[in-house]
Design a protein around this ligand. Structure first.
Ligand code: CMC
Length: 428
């Protein structure tokens, strides 16, 4: 096969190299396009066909439903690893030895303290504030408390920044919840695992004990692993592009959290539960909502369905569906919206509208049902996604800085007014 692609414009031919990834994916390298053609650019709204970088972190094949972190399948990782092991794998490229993992966890614990003054900032938010806005702001505020910028050429500096945010982020997330719930802030317990400790910081009642429940800890661990990275999605691309200006790690993460908030991205898990609740309140008529989803004059979309890259099934959704059944059984929870969810899924998978457009349940369709069973309120769902995605964002930011990628700066095709003379205010 030719190793070049030929582009012909007005009879003039231009050659561009075709590059091949380690999984045999092909890409036309158009780095030289503008220089070669005298300024012609490409147009690709939503970047549906554009590779923004080369990356060795996550492999995703949407047609075959494959997701791997650093070469390991998501199915095996969800079954055999814990969240911190996966975080280490994503960030540093290899699964940790016991010694490396213990050191990593201890270093994270060492850095988990949050300056007491952060509470004053938290106090300034109304109780009704959405946790994602609060977490994004507090992550940004961390810069003021840790002002020295990371020297990315120093492995020690990089490592410190990474364990710092992995230590402090769960505290900020749990505090965002406690503020909303009117609970005094709680500090972690270093004797607990990373995920268990997070649950303690969320749920310990001021006057009561925290009793860890292994079913909940395991389920949350699995959910966080499934969310940990997903190559160049909206929030990750945001983290990389903000970081490409050499803004710091915390600033880049704060921007990523805001990007994740939207209902078309991480906010979908909250939107799914709100949708299922609304269907239940409306008498449980799933057919009515299927019709709305298909009606082009109705803005309603079946939340938790469809994905930019998965066009056969979302491998994360398969694992989560099984986990949802297990968790609900283990906890003895009967949730009527699970039946509505299963009904909708069955109808959609048989409906030509969804089949033709290759719309399948995505990771968020069932994750909210598990979060609900764990007692996590719906407004916190997207924050849980952020907690899971944190190692992925860090890994992508680190890779981008170590590869010394140029500042992200897309082009456009201008479609506005041509040059015109200034109109004096009296003549407008
Ligand atoms: N319900 C009804 N119709 C849909 C849906 C849906 N959930 N998703 C896509 N479509 C239709 C869409 O209207 C379009 O139809 P047509 O070709 O007739 O114009 C066609 O399917 C293709 O959709 P698209 O919007 O061009 O696809 P996209 O790749 O730009 O968007 C998506 C992907 C995930 C934003 C979209 O499927 C969606 O809005 N889904 C609901 C929100 C959701 O669940 N998001 C979570 C994604 S997974 C978590 C994450 O990684 O962020």
């Amino acid at each position: 096969m030719s190793k070049n692609a030929t582009l012909e414009i007005n009879g003039e031919k231009y050659e561009f190299p075709i590059i091949e990834g380690t999984e045999k994916e092909l890409a036309i390298n158009i780095k030289a396009l503008r220089t070669a053609t005298g300024g012609i650019t490409t147009l690709d709204p939503g970047y549906k066909n554009t590779g923004s970088c080369e990356s060795a972190i996550t492999f995703l094949n949407g047609e075959e439903g494959i997701l791997r972190y650093r070469g390991y399948s998501i199915e095996e990782l969800a079954e055999k690893a814990d969240f911190l092991e996966v975080a280490y794998l994503l960030i540093f490229g290899e699964l940790p030895t016991t010694e490396e993992l213990n050191k990593f966890h201890n270093d994270i614990k060492d850095q988990s303290h949050v300056d007491e003054d952060i509470k004053k900032i938290l106090d300034g938010f109304p109780k009704s504030a959405h946790p994602m806005g609060v977490i994004s702001s507090l992550t940004s505020a961390l810069i003021a408390f840790n002002p020295s910028s990371v020297n990315v050429d120093s492995p020690e500096d990089m490592y410190l920044a990474i364990v710092r945010i992995l230590g402090k982020f769960p505290v900020l997330t749990a505090w965002a919840y406690r503020k909303r719930a009117g609970l005094a802030m709680d500090y972690g317990d270093d004797s607990l695992g990373y995920v268990d400790n997070f649950l303690k910081m969320m749920f310990k009642k001021p006057s009561g004990e925290y009793n860890s429940n292994p079913v909940i800890v395991n389920a949350l661990d699995k959910l966080l692993i499934l969310h940990a990275d997903h190559e160049q999605n909206c929030s990750t691309s945001t983290v990389r592009i903000v970081g490409s200006s050499h803004a710091g790690l915390f600033a880049s993460l704060s921007a990523g959290i805001s990007a994740l908030w939207g209902p078309l991205h991480g906010g979908a898990n909250q939107a799914v539960i709100e949708m299922l609740e609304a269907i239940k309140e409306d008498g449980g008529d799933t057919k009515k909502y299927m019709a709305k989803a298909k009606d082009k004059s109705d803005p309603f979309r079946l939340m938790g369905f469809g994905h930019r890259v998965y066009k056969n099934f979302d491998p994360r959704a398969k694992i989560i569906k099984v986990a949802a059944d297990e968790v609900l059984n283990d906890l003895g929870v009967e949730d009527p919206i699970l039946d509505i969810a299963k009904g909708l899924e069955k109808e959609a998978l048989e409906d030509p509208y969804f089949v033709d457009r290759k719309l399948y349940p995505n990771v968020d369709f069932y994750s909210g049902i598990i979060y609900r069973a764990m007692g996590i309120p719906v407004e916190m769902f997207t924050a849980m996604f952020a907690l899971g995605r944190l190692p992925g964002w860090i890994a992508q930011w680190r890779e981008m800085r170590l590869r010394k990628e140029p500042i992200g700066r897309p082009r456009q095709v201008y479609i506005g007014e041509n040059h015109r003379p200034f109109k004096d205010i009296d003549f407008r």
